[in-house]
Design a protein around this ligand. Structure first.
Ligand SMILES: O=C1O[C@H](COP(=O)(O)O)[C@@H](O)[C@H](O)[C@H]1O
Length: 321
């Protein structure tokens, strides 16, 4: 446990990837022990050259482009002792970005995952955020969704509704759930059409770098297998380079039918937050951020962002870094 009470967050600017420098990582871990409330590592800036294939004639495979983006992306790693501390930090991080984008563009477009990420957002429903966040400017999307009815226990919409959305005053017309009357393929097409209309109206921004929609913030979780959204290890949908939203019917994690944003859309977000808790995810975190030499690329290793990618880890998730 922490012997230092100060809540000070320690920032280290490595100027390189975590995996490229054992000597840079070592003091970070020592400092973590002596100033353990949280640790922030900042990893080198970036510019993406991944273009929407619609506008780029020489696009290579999406996964190699995504891997290149991930390698160049500015990443921060914030490490906390407990999942509770992660939740406190995540609420402030999200509220600060909401204020920034509402000021800059009059709206805040945020895409949610399902699973543990939603519980990590619970502090947003408490003071001061419940009353200070401009909820009326929020536009809420799902980075992935299970193709089930909205009141089904597996529904990502239901989870977000129960934990967050029912407790804050976001206008119902700005909460974009999937059409649960459609097949997986139909729901993915319908959701992409919905996004295109909102891009036309400039509710959702467009990435100048890629031509894909640029969400202000995408909030992500990761499975122990290194999947994010509904992009699973070895699945061909990880290579999608044209569609904004795609579907799967063979998810290795139930339920099998899902829709998901594709990597070009996820990696075009201004800010991506990857929120991970628990030592059952430490191996995948190590593969993504550590010095792993494993030959197979996990989906989470392809994650990038246009402006900034931040990993929020509890002690268990960070235990192999
Ligand atoms: O199936 C899913 O799993 C991932 C990870 O969930 P977690 O509970 O292990 O954090 C989630 O991010 C995704 O949205 C969801 O559909």
């Amino acid at each position: 446990m922490a012997s230092v009470r100060s809540p000070t967050r320690l920032s280290l600017s490595l100027g390189t990837t975590l995996s490229s420098s054992r000597t840079s990582r070592a003091p970070a871990i020592i400092l973590l022990r002596s100033a353990p409330r949280s640790l922030s590592l900042s990893i080198k800036p970036v510019r993406s050259n991944f273009k929407n294939p619609i506008s780029a004639s020489s696009a290579s495979s999406a996964s190699s482009a995504a891997a290149e983006m991930a390698g160049q992306c500015q990443k921060k790693v914030e490490k906390f002792q407990t999942a509770e501390e992660v939740a406190v930090r995540l609420a402030k991080y999200t509220a600060d970005l909401s204020a920034k984008f509402v000021k800059e563009r009059g709206a805040f477009t945020v895409a949610l995952s399902g699973g543990s990420l939603i519980y990590a957002l619970r502090k947003l429903t408490e003071a001061p955020y419940k009353d200070t966040v401009e909820w009326g400017r929020w536009h809420v999307f799902w980075v992935d969704e299970r193709v089930v009815k909205k009141d089904h226990p597996d529904s990502n919409y239901k989870l977000a509704h129960d934990v967050l959305l029912s407790k804050v005053p976001i206008p119902p017309g700005q909460v974009y759930a999937i059409n649960d009357a459609l097949s997986a393929e139909g729901a993915a097409e319908d959701y992409e059409t919905c996004l295109k209309h909102l891009v036309q109206r400039n509710v959702i921004a467009t990435s100048k770098a890629t031509g894909f929609p640029k969400f202000d913030l995408i909030l992500l979780g990761m499975g122990p297998d290194g999947h994010l959204a509904s992009l699973f290890p070895g699945h061909p949908r990880c290579n999608e380079k044209t569609k904004w939203v795609t579907h799967i019917e063979d998810s290795p994690k139930p339920p099998p039918e899902r829709i998901t944003f594709t990597f070009p859309v996820i990696n075009s977000a201004a800010y991506n937050a990857m929120v991970v808790a628990g030592d059952n995810k430490a191996d995948a975190v190590q593969r993504a951020l550590g010095n792993s030499q494993h030959p197979d690329t996990l989906p989470v290793q392809l994650l990038a962002a246009e402006d900034e990618l931040t990993w929020f880890l509890d002690q268990g998730a960070a235990s192999k870094l």
